[in-house]
Design a protein around this ligand. Structure first.
Ligand SMILES: Cc1ncc(C[n+]2csc(CCOP(=O)(O)OP(=O)(O)O)c2C)c(N)n1
Ligand code: SF4
Ligand SMILES: [Mg+2]
Length: 765
């Protein structure tokens, strides 16, 4: 295939623009489309997820050709992006919060080997506890990674900064990756009147061709990227990185001026508002700065010479400009949306203070305040309170409280999350029906003696009703069935996902048993630690003798993507615990993005259906078979429609967890909201998934496979299309023109089913 020669960069003159009404995420996606990145590696996380969603939608409509690679987690996404940059093209990623932290160790790898790319960060509070709203605690973790960091205070700035950042990043004397950070929800989701360049070519001409550099894709000129490097080269490498930051700082004014000529918009590294004669100032970043500016105007009307300092770039840190701006200021409040716990001020406080230290004539009093964590709003009265603090210090000539948190209450440590009234902790007697008996049987299989399901109905639920799941959701009916098959005390760990989100909104909890949350990349490791602590404390006699706890991890299918490594690790170590996956075929609590368990062709918010894309591009993950390959004693699948089967499997899982090691099970559950079905249709759809053999119901005990429900001999097998036609997300697969995808799904289902049957028939397989 012929490759079109890159367009040369043209001289800048004001280019045609069109007005629109877009959010920060939309502007991020639009700029990415216009830049025409070669590749985007991504993993969904609120509030940045929409960026990949918008780009996928545009791709399905045939509006761009960016290769969109859905990663198995942000660490994977960062690796995909890094690898792609070593191939010499333009690369894009978007993330937030824990996503940035999960990829953190890759960031210095990339800056240290000097491969530029663009990462959009819709900022969000770092967990834990988990909070999806915006602060700057995530971007602060990137301060030491060697990435350029631009701050964008509104949707327009997101677009503009993306173009400016990439120009700086790709300069031959810089060659550093860049982050453009904007406030989660406030900027990422709120729409504003904005302008974008009318022609994509304006953007591409502004950037020019991808600069020639080291590439791993030129076999005639082989290169060694990332050699093992020791003293003295490593320190020299870092010194060069520091010089690259200097080069970026030096290049910024020229690039900003060029961009102003092209767009009419100017972004100085530090936004100085009415600072010329200011005697008091507030230093805040991003959207809060706009609020502070309004308040500065009001104070000026009252005769107070107030000003606002707000950096648009924090790496490289514009120390000199800030130093100059504060020279005549009597007091400044340095407001930061992040803590640096134990450091007596967050990071930029110390950077501003150290900038001032280099000016022997500076007498500015500095007050440092952490504000707005976890998305706590910053209103005009808050900005005014900051100015009043500065005024007070200026008037009395001293800083009484140099560092504090703003807008907090001490809280009451005696108030843990509450169960709803009338739902005390379960007693062991209540949790034990006494009706279930499991013992070793013949042929290496356990024998379960269980009553019919209805007899267990009297057993109290471990998860209380009244949680926030959607109407018709299959999650809790199936979980409840499973948990009824478990006798005695249970401790649960829920990974991040719908089941966690809808049951534990602080200060309430729906759990009647002890519950631990960890993010879904690491729940299995966390629970394995708890299991071992239980065993050790029992051994030391620190817990009451006879204490007997079954440990159950509840995870979504997405948790078995990003958390696969942790799950496999726990399984290989064979801890006595149950990993229970509820599979709703996507990342549902974050808005229905594809997971690796989403089947081929299914429509999600990152696998759209359109002229250029037909849903998810690859087959669903066979997680039970992967877990079986770890040789754990018990693996099973199940559905709510076969309660006796599911309860027997729960009882077996408990026995294996107690006596032999890890048990893993996958339950297919309906998600009416994102499967786009009637609320009541779940049981029928799941039954069709089972009867079409898409979701076989089976168990693997001690490595031997047993199909526990076979639709074929009883004449219930249905074509895969009969299942797919029941859901809004798959109806397109049954329409003329899409036969190839339907055939591919049928073939894969058949291949897996035949292999399973062979295993069922031959214990050695
Ligand atoms: C490191 C990290 N990346 C991404 C997220 C965002 N996130 C939380 S839950 C979730 C999807 C969970 O999917 P699944 O496990 O299938 O559960 P479901 O929502 O479908 O119940 C995502 C993407 C996060 N919290 N942390
Ligand atoms: S999004 Fe789906 S899985 Fe999540 S609560 Fe709603 S119906 Fe249930
Ligand atoms: Mg899911």
């Amino acid at each position: 295939m012929a490759v079109a020669p890159p367009r040369p960069r043209q001289s800048a003159a004001r280019a045609a623009q069109i007005a629109g009404f877009y959010s920060g995420n939309e502007m991020a996606a639009l700029s990415a489309k216009q830049i025409d990145f070669h590749l985007m590696g991504y993993y969904p996380i609120t509030p940045s997820t929409e960026i990949a969603e918008h780009l996928d939608e545009m791709k399905a409509a045939g509006e761009h050709n960016i290769v969109m690679v859905p990663a198995d987690g942000e660490h994977g996404a960062a690796g995909i992006c890094y690898g792609a940059t070593t191939g010499g093209g333009r690369v894009f990623n978007a993330t937030s919060s824990q996503g940035l932290l999960y990829s953190l160790e890759q960031l210095p790898v990339q800056s240290g080997t000097r491969f530029p790319m663009l990462l959009d960060l819709a900022t969000r509070a770092v967990s834990g506890p988990l909070d999806i709203r915006g602060d700057h605690s995530d971007v602060y973790f990137a301060l030491n990674t060697g990435w350029l960091i631009f701050m964008a205070r509104g949707p327009q700035a997101v677009y503009d900064m993306n173009l400016i950042a990439l120009r700086v990043a790709e300069r031959a004397d810089v060659r550093l990756p860049a982050i453009v950070a904007f406030d989660g929800f406030f900027t990422s989701h709120q729409k504003r009147r904005v302008s974008i360049f009318e022609d994509d070519t304006t953007v591409q001409d502004w950037l020019g061709p991808v600069p020639e550099s080291v590439t791993a894709l030129d076999p005639r000129h082989p290169v060694t990227i990332g050699p093992y490097m020791n003293d003295p080269d490593l320190i020299n490498n870092k010194y060069q990185l520091e010089r690259a930051m200097d080069a970026a700082q030096g290049a910024l004014p020229g690039i900003i001026a060029e961009y102003e000529a092209l767009s009419g918009r100017r972004y100085d590294p530090v936004d100085l508002y009415r600072m010329d004669d200011a005697e008091v100032a507030v230093f805040v970043i991003n959207s809060a700065a706009e609020t502070a500016k309004d308040v500065a105007d009001q104070l000026r009307e009252q005769g107070v010479r107030a000003g606002v300092i707000s950096p648009n770039v924090i790496r490289p840190f514009p120390a000199e400009t800030i130093r100059a701006a504060l020279r005549g200021v009597r007091a400044v409040v340095l407001g930061e949306r992040s803590g640096s716990y134990g450091a007596h001020g967050a990071n930029l406080t110390h950077e501003v203070k150290s900038a001032l230290k280099d000016d022997p004539e500076n007498r500015t009093l500095c007050l440092s305040r952490v504000y707005g964590l976890g998305g706590r709003d910053f209103y005009a009265e808050d900005a005014e309170a900051f100015f009043r603090l500065a005024l007070e210090a200026a008037e009395c000539g001293e800083v009484k409280v140099p560092f504090d948190y703003y807008g907090v209450e001490p809280g009451d440590p005696t108030k843990p999350p509450r169960r709803r009234k009338g739902a005390p902790a379960l007693t062991r007697e209540e949790a034990t029906s006494g009706l279930l008996n499991v013992e070793p049987g013949e042929n290496g299989r356990l024998k379960v003696d269980a009553p019919p399901y209805w007899q267990l109905a009297a057993k109290p639920k471990r998860v209380l009703p009244g949680h926030g799941a959607c109407p018709g959701c299959g999650m809790f009916p199936a979980l409840d069935q499973f948990l009824r098959g478990i006798e005695g005390d249970v401790v649960v760990l829920y990974q991040t996902g719908c089941a966690m989100v809808v049951t534990t909104g602080y200060p309430y909890t729906s759990h009647r048993v002890s519950y631990v949350h960890n993010l879904f990349q690491n729940g299995a490791a966390t629970l394995s630690g708890l299991v071992e602590m239980f065993k050790e404390r029992m051994r030391r006699g620190e817990l009451p003798s006879g204490e007997d706890i079954t440990f159950v991890m509840v995870t979504g299918d997405g948790g078995m993507d990003i958390g696969m490594g942790a799950a496999i690790g726990a399984a290989l170590r064979n801890h006595g615990m149950i990993i229970l996956e509820y599979d709703n075929q996507g990342y549902m609590n974050t808005g229905s993005q594809l997971s690796y368990s989403t089947p081929l062709g299914h429509m999600t918010s990152t696998s759209h259906v359109g002229p250029a894309e037909l849903g998810k591009a690859f087959h669903h993950k066979d997680t039970p078979q992967i877990m079986a390959a770890t040789n754990i004693p018990y693996v099973f699948t199940g559905v709510e429609g076969y309660p006796d089967d599911l309860i027997a499997k729960a009882a077996k899982a408990q026995w294996y967890a107690k006596h032999q090691g890890t048990a893993y099970g996958k339950i297919l559950i309906s998600c009416p909201l994102n499967w786009k079905t009637e609320d009541r249709a779940g049981v029928e759809i799941v039954q069709a998934a089972v009867d079409s053999c898409f979701f076989p119901v089976y168990e693997i005990e001690d490595g031997v496979t047993h199909i526990t429900y076979d639709p074929e001999p009883i004449g219930r097998r249905v074509p895969v299309g009969d299942w797919l036609k029941l859901m809004g997300k798959t109806k397109h697969l049954c329409k003329p023109g899409n036969e190839a995808t339907l055939t591919a799904i049928e073939a894969e289902v058949e291949r897996r089913w035949k292999r399973l049957k062979a295993k069922d028939e031959n214990p050695l397989l």
